[in-house]
Ligand binder design. Structure first.
Ligand code: OAD
Length: 259
């Protein structure tokens, strides 16, 4: 299914969304796929089928080869800046005009915000929230982002201590931001509906949120073209894409009026 395919909301999911007042969207890389951002684990196209996360997405990798890691993240920042929110991001922002909507995302891009979503929690940080790898000070100087992918670029130096500046993401082996994760857990347990969009459900602790929601009596609906471990936890799986399914949901909510 492509972004242009008209999607018909399955009746059972239509009933659930019409009745839901508080919606938490749990999004992963598939949410931004139709914007042109590669996912991590899709066969052939996923970043982790082309790059080794252990040499690019760990604190050890950054200590060992900061120039290689920094260059790779600059390339990803360039990709994000050149991508636009897709119809799915826009539909989520539109849903918030009719329902109470919070977005909990594993994505490090800013496409939810650029589409107009206001309550967005980034569990894995955001690419351009730069900080010092030594003293943790935020780094706000303007960035030079090359338009082409380079094999190595030295990271900027921290203005406070001279340490190497790093991207604002959570790397493998690092803790998620505590306050953000606590808020995500609270939202997952208190929503009427958890919409799980475009995640393989393999990376914990984020991957535990759908089960936490289900355990708290929240209805869990997955939107993903593929079967995932979330499919075994949720009440309904919709085999569609973010940019096809979410606008159809938003249309239905708009037609059904205020929540
Ligand atoms: P993955 O790449 O693991 O999974 C992407 C999911 O999106 C798959 O289940 C796809 O079937 C689905 N998908 C692909 N295209 C889609 C579309 N157009 N609409 C809806 N779904 C689609 O990405 P995540 O689950 O987000 O962590 O990965 C989790 C974490 O692993 C990432 O945050 C990242 C990565 O290592 C860090 O960087 C810390």
């Amino acid at each position: 299914m492509s972004a242009d395919s008209p999607a018909t909301v399955p009746a059972v999911i239509g009933d659930v969304i019409a009745a839901a007042h508080r919606i938490v969207v749990l999004s992963g890389a598939g949410m931004s796929a139709e914007s042109g951002m590669p996912t991590f684990r899709d066969a052939g196209t996923g970043l982790w089928s082309q790059y080794d996360p252990m040499t690019l997405a760990t604190p050890e990798a950054f200590s060992h080869a900061p120039d290689v890691v920094w260059a790779w993240y600059l390339w990803r920042m360039h990709l994000v800046r050149t991508c636009q929110p897709n119809a799915g991001h826009v539909a989520i922002a539109e849903l918030a005009e009719h329902r109470e909507v919070s977005v909990v995302t594993q994505n490090v891009d800013d496409l939810h915000e650029r589409a107009g979503s206001r309550d967005v929690i980034h569990l894995h940080g955001t690419l351009e929230a730069l900080r010092c790898s030594a003293c943790d000070s935020p780094h706000r100087a303007p960035l030079q982002i090359p338009a082409e992918q380079r094999p190595s670029v030295d990271p900027p130096q921290c203005h406070q201590c001279g340490g190497a500046v790093r991207p604002g993401v959570v790397w493998f082996g690092e803790m998620l931001p505590t306050a953000s994760f606590m808020r995500a857990e609270q939202l997952a347990q208190t929503a009427d509906l958890a919409l799980v969009v475009g995640t393989s459900g393999l990376v914990f602790p984020a991957a535990g949120l759908p089960a936490l929601a289900r355990g708290a009596g929240v209805t869990v609906v997955e939107i993903n073209p593929q079967h995932t471990p979330v499919s075994d936890v949720c009440q309904h799986s919709w085999r569609s894409t973010a940019a096809a399914a979410l606008p159809a949901l938003a249309r239905l909510v708009r037609a059904s009026g205020a929540g």
